[in-house]
Design a protein. Sequence first.
Length: 119
Amino acid sequence: QVQLVESGGGLVRTGGSLRLSCAASGRSFSSYAMGWFRQAPGKGREFVAAKTWSGGRTEYGSSVKGRFTIAGDNAKNTVYLEMSSLAPEDTAVYFCAARSSPMSPYNYWGQGTQVTVSS
């Protein structure tokens, strides 16, 4: 059974920073990439960032580029999201996700961690 567990969410003021962590476990777990998505109240799920292990490629959603940084350790099945210059529109539940191959969608998901940015 593969499990992704996020941590590090919370309440922060506008302009502040937070660091989210995600640890994946499971005997047979391995991933092609891990990433972060978010969902704000009343909105659909939005891509935030992803890191591909082979080659270390990173991708960011346009709304977070330049403010968020994704990092991780494939050997430890962990991924982090450093968030800075946070704004109220960043308020959402943040989900960690993993995909097994470049041909697969994100097929493993965490339960999510709440990030609230106060104005």
